[in-house]
Design a protein around this ligand. Structure first.
Ligand code: ZN
Length: 254
């Protein structure tokens, strides 16, 4: 029993050490943060308060992180971070431009085109006009499917058609976008054969990267461009928790 506990402690220690090592020697780290809504005040985990977001952005700048678009990723640059916002909420349009301009930062917004066309629950979403008006020095638009359905158990044909729709509508609306996909709910098939089918469709469609959640830091050179991880920044995260997430990604050990 004592041996077992000692072994467990050793394993936990090694995991922490290894992640710290990777943090302290940041060669080729690619951190992708995931946000959703921004409001004056937060009541849930999908909404970050304006004040907290500003504190987080200031921390990134003070610590020499460089925000990039997916289209500019350069494996030779250190401390690259990508800020991503999902779904196209109107509050992103309201609060992000002044903030990103003030600190000269960049962010990627993943757009599910059906949410823009038809709305989503009771939320106010951006219009295509809003998206067109985002300053391209600070905003990159990318794909988030058309219908925003969980891809895990959907047919290959459906997924292909849905992604084509997503791109076609953005094209028709004259919105410039990067061929990067955020899987709706971060989900894609788990079974290897199905996964390969979906990845080959992404490749055929010219999609360069796809992001899941995973809560891990990525490292170059990435062998898995269609399984890049994002770190979920929650509305209730304190600044300390935010800093720890930049080091460890997932805060739970297992
Ligand atoms: Zn989404």
């Amino acid at each position: 029993m004592i041996l077992y506990i000692a072994l467990l402690i050793l394993i936990v220690f090694l995991i922490i050490e290894f992640r710290l090592y990777l943090f302290l020697f940041p060669k080729n780290r690619l951190i992708i943060l995931m946000y959703h809504q921004v409001e004056e005040k937060t009541n849930d985990n999908l909404t970050v308060s304006l004040k907290n977001l500003e504190l987080q952005l200031k921390y990134l700048i003070q610590n020499k992180y460089k925000t990039k678009f997916f289209s500019e990723i350069n494996p030779k640059e250190k401390n690259t971070i990508i800020l991503t916002f999902d779904d196209g909420y109107k509050n992103n349009f309201k609060y992000l431009p002044p903030l990103l301009e003030k600190y000269n930062l960049k962010a990627t917004i993943f757009i599910p085109t059906k949410f823009i066309q038809e709305g989503y629950k009771n939320y106010e979403m951006m219009s295509f006009e809003d998206i067109r008006n985002l300053n391209e020095n600070h905003f990159e638009i990318a794909l988030h499917s058309h219908e925003h359905h969980n891809f895990r158990n959907l047919s290959t044909d459906y997924i292909k058609h849905d992604l084509e729709n997503n791109m076609q509508i953005l094209d028709e609306e004259k919105i410039k976008y990067s061929k990067v996909l955020a899987y709706p709910y971060g989900k894609y098939p788990k079974i290897n054969t199905r996964k390969k089918e979906i990845f080959s469709i992404l490749c055929d469609l010219g999609i360069n990267f796809a992001v899941r959640i995973g809560n891990k830091v990525n490292y170059f050179p990435t062998q898995k461009p269609y399984e890049l991880c994002r770190i979920d920044i929650k509305g209730k995260d304190t600044l300390v928790k935010f800093k720890l997430k930049l080091i460890f990604g997932k805060l739970k050990l297992f």
